[in-house]
Design a binder for this molecule. Structure first.
Ligand code: ZN
Length: 502
């Protein structure tokens, strides 16, 4: 027992140092994406590469392996804080020691330079200038996957970074079930002949008002501005830089209301999860998010299931009309509600509606599997992209900036990340259905501006356990069922059936 206690104490002390390194690296990354002067990019790449090397050394320290081996032998309850700490750290350690430090550093450097090349390529609509870095990224990712090893497909090894224990075969199955039901729904909406007036959303919306309104609503939903900030960036994100430092970002367009508003709600949803984790466990698995799929379920829940619902706007619409007059002065709530829920095939994923969104994700999921398998060459990517858009959504991008260059992910080395967006929608629907049942109906609460019951429910069931349960265990434990496409399809059919008279 003496041995055991001392091993656990040494382990947690070591991990608190790792957490310092991780949070410093995260802050450098936040600054890189929001504040960095253009000429500072190369040196920042060196700073981040150096930190990545330090973190890797720390996480693969042989002493860590010894402490973990001592603790694993004790067979702790895997769902207790101690047991989950040992289980998850052992898993991460066993993965990381397989990666050579040189490859980790090369991946970090390539991801920073790749993001910088992507920003220029996207602005100039110049895929050719980005292609060499993209090829290098996928080459390094294939090397990493081979070093990590896998049971079914090479893609699984990469997916695991974002969705621990996720399997490509399982995700493909649930997304295929979803697609089978979704494509006819989108077609029926298109054939309904009904269309909202979306021009009301591109009237004049002053940026200052947009910022104040979005901050007010995010705070009402539960984002704590004493422990977080909202800033401006080209590509919105949320980053957690410490137990009380959660940063969210957005971009404003005075001629497009939904972009920033729902973007802020989305990132605030991520932020509410991060802020709901137990700060005393910061840097240890019980104080960390389960997976990106679970993380995305929190952002999509606040953005869509709450933020695009009718009761939510029954509460906030009067204030929106006051702030955005004359833009909304003559617009009835019903027209506004329909406009922010328009369904139509579009080119840009982050602006896609709830019904077509998962088709955008499916396209990327399929393409990156082919790139990782080396069945598709980077040079053929723009053509393959267009072909998939024609096939799934019936539209073709007029240029690469609105096509293959729109997302930051591959440039940043985030390969295997995209399916977590769809997992997020599926988890969100299943959790929301359960919360609605447990709390005796959320609509009446939202229409009175009461968001605390949902937030507390999320804290209790999803945020505070951290990684004490895996994603599969959590969905089963909270909803009594494994993940399925049914709750999401029921939600979409009910909501859009009513709007489009289906
Ligand atoms: Zn997100």
């Amino acid at each position: 027992m003496q041995n055991l206690n001392s091993a656990f104490q040494q382990l947690t002390e070591h991990m608190s140092e790792t957490a310092l390194l991780v949070s410093i690296e995260s802050l450098l990354g936040w600054d890189e994406r929001t504040m960095l002067p253009p000429a500072a990019g190369e040196y920042r790449a060196e700073q981040i590469t150096y930190m990545a090397g330090m973190m890797h050394q720390h996480r693969t320290d042989p002493r860590l392996g010894e402490w973990l081996n001592t603790l694993v032998a004790e067979k702790l309850d895997p769902h207790s804080d101690e047991g989950a700490t040992v289980r998850e750290l052992k898993r991460q350690y066993d993965r990381r020691v397989k990666l050579p430090q040189s490859l980790v550093e090369e991946l970090a450097r390539t991801s920073v330079l790749g993001q910088q090349a992507w920003v220029t390529a996207r602005a100039k609509n110049d895929f050719a200038s980005f292609k060499p870095l993209l090829e290098k990224t996928f080459k390094l990712k294939r090397e990493a996957a081979e070093a990590l090893g896998y049971e079914e497909t090479r893609y699984d090894a990469l997916l695991d970074d974002y969705e621990p224990r996720g399997r490509t075969s399982q995700i493909s199955k649930v997304l295929a079930d979803l697609r089978e039901k979704l494509v006819p729904l989108v077609a029926a909406i298109g054939a309904s002949g009904r269309k909202p007036n979306i021009d009301i959303l591109t009237r004049q919306y002053a940026v200052v008002e947009q910022e104040q309104f979005a901050k007010h609503v995010a705070a009402q939903c539960g984002f704590d501005f004493q422990r977080g900030r909202l800033d401006v960036t080209a590509h919105p994100f949320c980053s957690n830089n410490g137990p009380h430092d959660t940063r969210i970002t957005t971009r404003y367009d005075e001629r497009h209301f939904p972009g920033a508003f729902f973007g802020v709600l989305h990132e605030a949803g991520h932020g509410i999860y991060d802020q709901g984790l137990r700060s005393e466990c910061y840097g240890l698995p019980p104080g960390e998010a389960v997976s990106l799929g679970i993380h995305e379920s929190q952002s999509r829940m606040w953005e869509n299931f709450v933020g695009r619902s009718r009761p939510f706007w029954q509460h906030f619409y009067g204030e929106a009309q006051r702030r955005f007059s004359p833009a909304l002065a003559d617009v009835p709530l019903a027209d506004f509600y329909w406009a922010i829920n328009v369904v139509r095939p579009s080119l840009i994923r982050v602006e896609a509606d709830e019904a077509t969104y998962n088709l955008h994700v499916l396209i990327r999921f399929e393409l990156e599997q082919s790139l990782v398998a080396d069945d598709l060459k980077c040079g053929d990517l723009p053509g393959a992209w267009s072909e998939k858009y024609r096939h799934y959504l019936g539209i073709v991008p007029p240029n690469d900036a609105e096509g293959v260059l729109q997302d930051i992910h591959w440039s940043a080395g985030l390969v295997g990340y995209f399916p977590t967006y769809s997992l997020g929608n599926l988890y969100a629907a299943q959790f929301f259905e359960q919360a609605d049942r447990d709390l005796g109906g959320l609509d009446a609460k939202f229409s009175k501006g009461e968001f605390e019951p949902l937030r507390n429910w999320l804290h209790e069931h999803i945020h505070r356990p951290g990684q004490c349960y895996t994603a599969d265990e959590l969905i089963q434990r909270v909803t009594g069922k494994p993940l399925s496409h049914v709750p999401l399809m029921n939600y979409l059919k009910r909501k859009y059936g009513a709007l489009y008279g289906l």
